[in-house]
Design a binder for this molecule. Structure first.
Ligand code: CP
Length: 337
């Protein structure tokens, strides 16, 4: 895999490979020393044109846990404010030779475009309304840990589907993992062509009790140029997931950030049924697995292995996940990235 641009381009085997790798990284995260040398001498550039708390923070932590060098770039405060284009920004920052660029933009298709402009592996961290593949991978990871298997599960994704890249990536990922997906929300917020993805559509929550998993979406006010619902109050009255609508045995998910009192009541957001914090926690190990898949495809082994013989390259060992610092002093230093 050269880039991660969308869930559309992954098959079930690729999703399972990344999720299984994330599970191995989860074991690493339980160790006292959580940093491993797998991506030593590699550079990850986080290039964010849109606000982010979860994705940016977890990509940074993931890269650092793998011992990569990390450069964080946000459009705000940069020469983008002087009018520098996306292409010139990418070409400029590519002069530092990043091995991977994690890119978030408000433009659908931007990640695919950038992948043609530079040699780095591109990770789509959200491109407009198109896709957010690492969110879907961490959702699969979180749900698989909770349910054991996703095959046959009924997952309802409720809310502002029209403006949601998470919805599109999740529909694809959940279905590839064998789930039945239903999208629900007001007709104005459900794109007409969406059933072509193989999911069902409902405009009321009457059948919500049949769901095993309820996945609430954020109302994306920043992407709405016109009024899509009569009022927030009316939206909440019809579509808010609250204690009256959520059955005790249903699992509640949300990608964050949550608009409390709009798509979720505070009561259910804070309930034990909500696995929103587990989703955030999964973000680090899943993004470690994605960076590892892209930048260290030939590496194997998770157990703390033997200290490598002097002169072995970081690429040649099976001990890339041994705690960082377990290597002999200087081993791997100065090797080509
Ligand atoms: N779920 C998600 O993408 O959150 P952030 O916008 O905070 O990264």
């Amino acid at each position: 895999m050269k880039h991660l641009l969308s869930i559309e381009e992954l098959d079930r085997a690729a999703i399972e490979r990344i999720v299984s790798q994330a599970e191995r990284f989860s074991e690493v995260s339980d160790r006292e020393i959580k940093t491993v040398p797998a991506l030593r001498n590699r550079m990850v550039l986080n290039l964010f044109y849109e606000a982010s708390t979860r994705t940016r923070g977890s990509f940074e932590l993931a890269a650092k846990r793998l011992s990569a060098d990390v450069v964080n770039f946000t459009a705000s405060g940069s020469s983008v404010e002087k009018g520098e284009s996306l292409k010139d920004t990418v070409l400029t920052l590519s002069a530092h030779k990043p091995d991977a660029i994690v890119l978030r933009t408000p433009w659908a298709g931007a990640a695919a475009l950038v992948s043609q402009w530079c040699a780095a592996a591109i990770v789509n961290a959200g491109d407009g309304k198109h896709e957010h593949p690492t969110q879907a991978l961490l959702d699969v990871y979180t749900l698989r840990r909770r349910l054991g298997a996703i095959d046959g599960a009924s997952i309802w994704i409720v809310g502002d589907v029209a403006h949601s890249r998470v919805a599109r990536s999740d529909v694809l990922a959940f279905q590839k993992m064998g789930a039945r997906v239903t999208l629900a929300g007001p007709p104005t917020l459900i794109p007409r062509e969406i059933e072509a993805l193989g999911c069902e559509v409902r405009y009321t929550l009457d059948e919500l009790p049949s769901a095993d998993v309820v996945y609430a979406l954020r109302m994306q006010n920043e992407r709405m140029e016109e009024t899509w619902v009569p009022s927030v109050r009316e939206y909440a009255a019809w579509y808010q997931i609250n204690a009256q609508r959520l059955r005790p045995e249903q699992i509640l998910m949300h990608p964050g950030p949550v608009n409390r009192g709009v798509e979720l009541s505070g009561e259910v957001a804070d309930s034990p049924q909500a696995i929103i914090t587990a989703q955030v926690e999964a973000g680090v190990v899943v993004r470690m697995a994605v960076l590892y898949e892209l930048l260290a495809p030939n590496r194997t082994g998770l157990e703390p292995g033997p200290v490598p013989a002097e002169g072995r390259t970081p690429e040649s060992g099976t001990d890339d996940l041994a705690p960082a610092g377990a290597r002999g002093a200087g081993v791997g230093e100065g090797q080509p990235a």
